[in-house]
Design a protein around this ligand. Structure first.
Ligand code: SDX
Length: 432
């Protein structure tokens, strides 16, 4: 593979270095292109454009590979806890036993949110979307943590406390938002529960209902959060980096990431998948009709849960979820969900359909995740909140990496202007 790219333009030859990543990928460094040639690159959606170099996550879309800091997602999802994976993403190594104990202590000590915030949950409209609430409160948490602003050193203990505080509190915010929406009193986090057990307990127990998370549901939630924890430069993570590159706080950057994740082309797809399955169940539409509609070029409708900008093969995270289906069905907690039958039929027919085969559109992480969350009792409009809980450590890791990278500049893309050329101002009376 050549180590430089030659560009012939206007009779001149320009050379640009070709860099090689640790997994054999190559990138041409065009950082002097405009100074050399006056040209900028144009790449809608950044299909061909790398925004940074990163050591956090490696994705091979053709081979269906996903690794966090070199560890395969299949191993992490079945052998690690979500807090361990959060530590791995942020610090680069799996935590030692001492670090596990210390991080667990930070998560426990920082699980509560300031009592002044509780009225917000009660004042928002009862049908307010949980992602709007989450974005608002995650930003508001920063208003109560003035210590972080004094010491933004990403290698400091204060940064660790802030990271643990965000990862712990997002559970509390999600659960309190749900409790307020159903008119039940808040259930507070408990010191002796695991990360996942604490969340499920805050969501589903109450003073009149004893609830103990089923061990299989806890295991499945742990795996779900791990497979959502990071995915290199996806839309929401790039947003966190973009906002953070201006010098905005970690809280403001996370709030922006939550907002980006909300979109149905991104994290909002898991909610859209479930709504599609519910539509098929309630409307009597057939799976074939839904597939035909998704193929139509006159209809903007797309089949949520299928396709991916990077994966042109089966999303390894969807494969992990499929491998957990039998455990879900056999655990006794799960009343067989007819939506699962529809999902399996839909996937089977899509994978045999030439339109999807030609375009390499396979099930992505969002296709099955909603079925699992529904089995736990998570309401449909909270599915993207669950995605955000999982993705938060990845956002923090990328914000930290961006801050630690001496090459970081404020993100400010160029454009190609295609508007009006210069023209004289027209006074109001002469505008016709
Ligand atoms: C996530 O980036 C990440 O890493 C994201 C994520 C993460 O962990 O952060 O993995 C999480 O966001 C997963 C994706 C969830 N979104 C959905 O499931 C929504 C449905 N999928 C599509 O909207 C779409 O596949 C995208 C947005 C995911 C990817 O779109 P691309 O890469 O821009 O692909 P494209 O629009 O260029 O489509 C190529 C062709 C087009 O047809 P043609 O014009 O070539 O005829 O494929 C078609 C598209 O119309 N197509 C689909 C389709 N996805 C693509 N047609 C029907 N249904 C679909 N789902």
């Amino acid at each position: 593979m050549a180590d430089k790219l030659s560009l012939l333009y206007n009779g001149n030859t320009f050379e640009y270095p070709v860099l090689q990543g640790s997994e054999g990928e190559h990138a041409v460094d065009v950082s002097t292109l405009r100074k050399d040639t006056g040209l900028v690159t144009l790449d809608y959606g950044y299909l061909n454009t790398g925004s940074t170099q990163s050591k956090i996550t490696f994705v091979d879309g053709e081979k269906g590979i996903l690794r966090y800091r070199g560890y395969a997602i299949e191993d992490l999802a079945t052998s690690a806890t979500f807090p361990e994976v959060a530590w791995l993403l942020i610090h680069g190594e799996l935590p030692t036993e001492q670090e596990v104990v210390h991080f667990r202590k930070l998560l426990t000590e920082n699980a509560l949110i300031h009592e002044n915030l509780l009225s917000f949950f009660r004042e928002v409209p009862p049908n307010a979307h949980p992602m709007g609430i989450l974005a608002s409160v995650m930003n508001a948490l920063g208003l109560f943590n003035t210590k972080f602003y004094d010491d933004e050193q990403t290698g400091s203990e204060q940064f660790n406390i802030t990271a643990a505080s965000l990862i712990s509190k997002i559970r509390t915010v999600a659960a309190f938002s749900y409790k307020a929406s159903i008119g039940e009193p808040f259930v507070y986090p408990e010191a002796d529960r695991s990360y996942c057990s604490n969340f499920l307990n805050m969501m589903f127990s109450s003073r009149t209902r004893h609830y103990e998370p089923h061990p299989v549901m806890e295991k499945i939630l742990n795996a779900l959060l791990i497979i959502h924890a990071d995915h290199e430069q996806n839309c929401s993570t790039s947003t966190v980096r973009m906002v953070g590159s201006s010098g905005a706080s970690l809280y403001a950057s996370i709030c922006a990431g939550v907002c980006a994740l909300w979109g149905p082309r991104h994290g909002g797809a898991n909610q859209a998948v479930l709504e599609t399955l519910l539509d098929i169940q309630k409307s009597g539409m057939t799976v074939e009709q839904v597939i035909e509609r998704a193929k139509s070029k006159t209809d903007p409708y797309r089949l949520s849960g299928f396709g991916h900008r990077v994966y042109k093969s089966y999303d390894p995270r969807a494969r992990v979820l499929k491998s957990l289906l039998n455990e879900l069905l056999d655990c006794g907690e799960h009343v067989h969900d007819p939506l699962l039958d529809i999902a399996i039929e839909l996937e089977d027919k899509v994978l045999k359909d030439d339109y999807f085969i030609e375009r390499k559109l396979y099930p992505n992480v969002d296709f099955y995740s909603g079925i699992f969350y529904r089995a736990m009792g998570i309401p449909t409009d909270m599915l993207t909140v669950m995605f955000a809980i999982g993705r938060l450590p990845g956002w923090i890791a990328h914000w930290k990496e961006m801050h630690d990278d001496k090459n970081t500049k404020i993100n400010r893309p160029r454009q190609l202007y295609i508007g009006e050329p210069a023209r004289k101002f027209v006074p109001r009376y002469a505008r016709g």
